[in-house]
Design a protein around this ligand. Structure first.
Ligand SMILES: NC(=O)c1ccc[n+]([C@@H]2O[C@H](COP(=O)([O-])OP(=O)(O)OC[C@H]3O[C@@H](n4cnc5c(N)ncnc54)[C@H](OP(=O)(O)O)[C@@H]3O)[C@@H](O)[C@H]2O)c1
Length: 327
């Protein structure tokens, strides 16, 4: 495993980190024992950065991580990044009319930090990220001041933001304003938008970048077909709803042609593509079993993707949220 510097905090983090959404909720059935084995496997492979959130099963993902870490004694530090959820009424994302006071009231932030301390079974959290954001609050980003106060109280070491999927660049002003130590962002072969503003701003301000969804919720592993069925309760029933699955599979097949024999498999290429930008500190690959943890962490030891292939893959950027671009 190779390690990279985590922004101005200077932590040496594994370039392949572990994402644990599926260990908590929203991905269909998941056995806690298998989750614990996956975490042990990742750490055995040199992974020292784990991403979680209160929202992943109301602390279930955090509790599973605490269980795995308790089973290991000593050793080098394992960094665990968690997230404070918004108030989810009426929806996860803020409506155009909602203030930060409605989505992230002060007492809610403080209570969620305390719940994370309890569920992760630690005295101090490594990194607390605000789980989603609205650019409407950039002129008055008080939730970060509240987290700063929690930091002063010794409850956390560092503060981050996770981008809202529908407007990732909403966080650029927070980078420029030095409100955050890290930004968690979607960046993959199908969604390369972070190259435009977020990565340059992060480099300029020495803010760590955590890449999420490097597999595009698994399509970029190359294993989905137009006939794939997801389990009940699996978020991918929504993410790939309607004609999205066949359209995605068609795109992925073109990506497979571009990759050819240059990389051993699609999943490896997806992770190496996400690791390529200089701004990236770690790519949190979502892993739900030990085999995936082993396969994904192994990429952290391999030579980088060639510049030539990375440039060819730039052509596969897909502006999925841009209505006039068509379906
Ligand atoms: N708003 C936010 O802050 C936010 C949103 C999304 C994610 N995240 C974080 O980012 C992490 C990564 O994103 P993600 O988990 O949503 O998606 P992802 O990393 O794009 O995809 C993960 C899924 O791909 C499949 N997979 C993983 N490794 C594989 C391999 N080697 N071969 C074949 N299939 C493999 C697994 O699902 P199956 O085995 O079931 O196919 C796994 O659950 C999350 O776990 C979470 O920590 C944060």
């Amino acid at each position: 495993m190779q390690y990279r510097t985590f922004g101005k905090l200077g932590w040496k983090v594994s370039q392949i980190g572990m994402g644990t959404w599926a260990l908590g909720s929203n991905w269909g059935p998941q056995d806690d024992g298998e989750s614990v084995r996956a975490l042990h496997q990742a750490i055995d492979e040199g992974c020292n950065f784990i991403d979680t959130a209160r929202a992943y099963g109301d602390g279930r993902s955090e509790r599973v991580i605490a269980r795995a870490l308790k089973e290991r004694s000593g050793g080098d530090p394992i960094y665990v990044a968690t997230k404070v959820p918004p108030i989810t009424e009426p929806d996860w994302l803020a409506t155009p009319y909602q203030s930060w006071q409605e989505k992230y009231p002060e007492q809610h932030i403080r209570d969620e930090v305390d719940k994370s301390l309890k569920d992760l079974n630690v005295d101090c959290l490594d990194l607390v990220q605000i789980h989603t954001w609205s650019r409407a609050w950039n002129h008055d980003p008080m939730p970060f001041e509240i987290l700063k106060d929690c930091k002063k109280q010794g409850k956390l070491r560092a503060i981050g933001i996770s981008t809202p999927e529908i407007d990732q660049n909403a966080v650029v002003d927070l980078i420029r304003g030095s409100y955050v130590d890290s930004v968690q962002v979607i960046y993959n072969i199908l969604d390369q938008d972070a190259q435009a503003e977020i990565f340059p701003a992060a480099l300029e301000h020495n803010v760590a970048i955590i890449v999420r969804v490097a597999f595009d919720e698994s399509s970029l592993t190359g294993k989905l077909t137009k006939e794939t069925k997801f389990a009940e309760g699996d978020i991918r029933n929504d993410y790939f709803a309607g004609d999205r699955l066949p359209r995605t599979v068609d795109r992925v097949e073109k990506i497979r042609e571009t990759i050819g024999n240059s990389e051993p498999n699609m999943a490896t290429a997806a992770l190496k593509f996400a690791l390529k930008p200089q701004a990236v500190s770690t790519v949190i690959a979502g892993c739900r079993n030990a085999k995936q943890a082993q396969m994904n962490c192994a990429v952290g030891d391999q030579p980088p993707m060639s510049d030539e292939l990375e440039h060819q893959l730039r052509d596969h950027n897909w502006r999925r949220s841009f209505w006039p671009a068509g379906k």
